[in-house]
Design a binder for this molecule. Structure first.
Ligand code: UGY
Ligand code: MN
Length: 246
């Protein structure tokens, strides 16, 4: 039997690893017949929110974005989405970006459909339109090689335009792939592993991680990672971008 007093999750001042074994469900008004796990939030010092929603049959996510824009990514299963007069069925690897002040409806999910969300308070930029609703899908063929290393590929899921103040990317590390340097930067990250295993270094501490684990990295949390095992390691990650460093 597993020892229930052990976990790989840690919560530190400038980073956290959240493994699914410690999830406790939250009730979110308008999100029904589902479990919601708030994985990253301002309560831990973050400036983004990341949740994982698991929908039962008949589950619904009904709401309206307010100050925060929300990026919804289907991790598994299938669900019908209506935003801004458009209705689409989103399956694994498909996503929708919902800007501020917009109603959204997610309904008719298959049992167990999982949706990952990233929320960020939108910061307008003078002279640039705020983004509109944006649908898309994961596609490795749209993921260029990262920093001349054939083992690393990054797909940017949102347009690279100044109107956007958040980026969401999928980072694929082939076997043997690792970050080419220790990153030290102002941008914050929230991420979830979609596949495989890895070793992540955060603020000079080393963590084994795998599919289903999430990580929060505060600004200037030093970071490095290497894939581990026989299959690629893949994560989806959030990053704040495109705004003046006040
Ligand atoms: O975009 C990034 O900063 C990215 N290379 N960081 C990361 O994957 N930890
Ligand atoms: Mn980074």
């Amino acid at each position: 039997m597993e020892i229930s007093a052990l976990t790989r999750s840690v919560v530190k001042r400038n980073h956290a690893i959240i493994a699914p074994d410690g999830y406790i469900n939250s009730n979110v008004p308008g999100w029904t017949n589902c479990t919601v796990n708030v994985i990253i939030n301002e309560q831990m010092g973050a400036r983004l929110c990341q949740t994982l929603i698991t929908l039962r049959e008949g589950g619904q996510l009904l709401g309206r974005t307010e100050a925060s824009q929300i990026f919804f990514y289907v991790v598994g299963g299938q669900v019908q989405v209506t935003v801004d007069g458009q209705t689409r069925t989103l399956a694994e690897g498909q996503y929708v970006y919902v800007p501020t002040g917009q109603e959204y409806r997610f309904e008719q999910p298959t049992e167990g459909t999982q949706v990952l969300t990233f929320h960020k308070v939108y910061e307008p930029l003078a002279g640039h339109d705020a983004p509109g609703v944006y649908f898309g899908e994961r596609d490795l063929s749209k993921a260029p090689v990262y920093m001349n290393d054939e083992a690393l590929r990054i797909q940017e899921l949102l347009p690279n335009e100044l109107g956007f103040d958040m980026a969401v990317n999928i980072f694929t590390y082939g076997t043997g792939g690792h970050l080419p340097m220790v990153e030290t930067h102002i941008m914050e990250h929230g991420l979830m592993y979609l596949q495989g295993q890895a070793i992540y270094m955060l603020d000079q501490q080393w963590y084994p991680v795998k599919k289903g684990d999430s990580i929060w990295m505060a600004p200037y949390c030093q970071q490095w990672a290497t894939a581990m095992g026989q299959e690629p390691s893949v994560y989806i990650y959030y990053k704040n971008v495109n705004r003046f460093p006040t």
